[in-house]
Design a binder for this molecule. Structure first.
Ligand SMILES: Cc1cc2nc3c(=O)[nH]c(=O)nc-3n(C[C@H](O)[C@H](O)[C@H](O)COP(=O)(O)O)c2cc1C
Ligand code: SF4
Ligand code: SF4
Length: 277
């Protein structure tokens, strides 16, 4: 079988979960490619017998770049597919977003997997949550899920894999689904600070221009942000010169109001005894 895993990943958590799954598929004898969203084309999906789509959770949903990629795919005509994501304690509808867009293209989504991933968001209240995740246990779970997927498809079974999370098929409809609903990109641009480049630090290396998933940065001759920012803060956290900054006084409070330990325990996805720090 030809398998393609297409993933969006900014700090490597989702990529590493995808790689753990790819290892299982290869060991089972399947030709497996794992492709970053930056390089992925619709051909990668069309020419494969099974596709896996992976993403981090942003604002309790799937981020715009991966949604746009799925939205632009051609009809997939019952092609088997699965979805996977990494998140903190409030994944909301991230898996369901991927499932729904794949189903809209006619794909046969058979399951979804979610792991925790350390958060590198620069807001002080979020930075460093879920330390050292995904861990060995997360990778082992990802591989068990991948084994279940490949057995399911190879045996020609119908329905979904037993190991799938139910929220890959049915939104939980709770508080974080509501937060996801109001957290449109334009709302985030209003609520959260825009990254600003410090011209005394910037060496015009162009890293941020190539790394911005929205192609929203141009050098003129220093970085200028356009109006498509999704506040992923990849430019800020990744700039080799640490030339970007943001003022977190209000944004940090706004995030903490929704994404605090109590709410994540009540309405999110934290298991009993699990802590976000
Ligand atoms: C901009 C941004 C927004 C995020 N929003 C959420 C969120 O709403 N809920 C959540 O559980 N985790 C959230 N996270 C945590 C990420 O989903 C998590 O760290 C993920 O593993 C990152 O994946 P990556 O390393 O593949 O980029 C957010 C992280 C960032 C950077
Ligand atoms: S990545 Fe940093 S140093 Fe490079 S162009 Fe962007 S702001 Fe300047
Ligand atoms: S400009 Fe920066 S924060 Fe905005 S989308 Fe691009 S990388 Fe993300």
């Amino acid at each position: 079988m030809k398998i393609a895993l297409i993933y969006f990943s900014q700090t490597g958590n989702t990529r590493r979960i995808g790689e753990a799954m790819a290892q299982v598929f290869r060991e089972a004898g399947h030709v497996t490619r794992i492709v970053s969203l930056k390089k992925a084309t619709p051909e990668d999906a069309i020419t494969s017998d099974l596709i896996g789509i992976g993403t981090p959770c942003f604002s309790s949903q799937a981020p715009t770049p991966i949604k746009a990629f799925l939205h632009n795919l051609p009809i997939l005509d019952k092609k088997p597919a699965f979805v996977f994501a990494t998140s903190g304690g409030a994944p909301g509808r991230v898996l369901y977003d991927l499932t729904r867009l794949l189903q809209n293209k006619g794909a046969n989504v058979i399951g979804g997997f979610l792991a925790r991933g350390e958060c590198h968001h620069p807001a002080p209240c979020l930075h460093g949550r879920m330390p050292d995740r995904p861990n060995a246990d997360d990778f082992a779970q990802a591989q068990r899920f991948a084994t279940a997927v490949i057995e399911h498809v190879s045996a020609g079974r119908s329905g979904s894999v037993v190991e799938s999370r139910s929220d890959a098929f049915q939104p939980r409809g709770g508080f974080y689904d509501l937060v996801a609903l109001i957290s449109t990109d334009s709302f985030l641009r209003l609520m959260l600070p825009e990254p600003k480049a410090d011209l005394t630090r910037c060496t015009q290396c162009e890293w941020c221009v190539h790394e911005c998933p929205m192609h929203n940065i141009t050098l003129q001759p220093y970085p200028v942000l356009g109006d498509r920012c999704i506040r992923c803060y990849r430019c800020l956290t990744g700039c080799p010169q640490q030339a970007f900054e943001a003022n977190w006084r209000l944004g940090n409070l706004a995030i903490l109001a929704f994404y605090n330990t109590t709410f994540e325990r009540w309405f999110g996805d934290l298991k009993p005894g699990e802590s976000i720090y």
